[in-house]
Write a protein that binds this ligand. Sequence first.
Ligand code: SF4
Ligand code: SF4
Length: 87
Amino acid sequence: MVEKQLNEGSNALPHTAIDAEVCKGCRRCIAACPQQVLRLRPTMNHCGIQPAEYIGRDCTGCGICFYNCPEPYAIRVESPDRPTRNS
Ligand code: SF4
Ligand code: SF4
């Protein structure tokens, strides 16, 4: 069975999700993240690659990792809706 990890943090906070089977382990996102909240997983995916993963806290939702990733659909950044002034 192919393991597909979307290593997400709390949905109530900004977080990053990486598809372990699409990620190529190039580390660009890890190097680019100003919060240093990304790392390589200790285990390999089905291609024998160590994919990146989110450590699960302190993501600010800045999106820098997304814009540095060369692999379509490998990484996504989600931020909860920001409250409006009148809410
Ligand atoms: S969105 Fe920003 S803080 Fe969050 S993992 Fe990506 S680069 Fe790091
Ligand atoms: S930049 Fe993209 S392909 Fe490279 S390690 Fe990060 S998520 Fe994986």
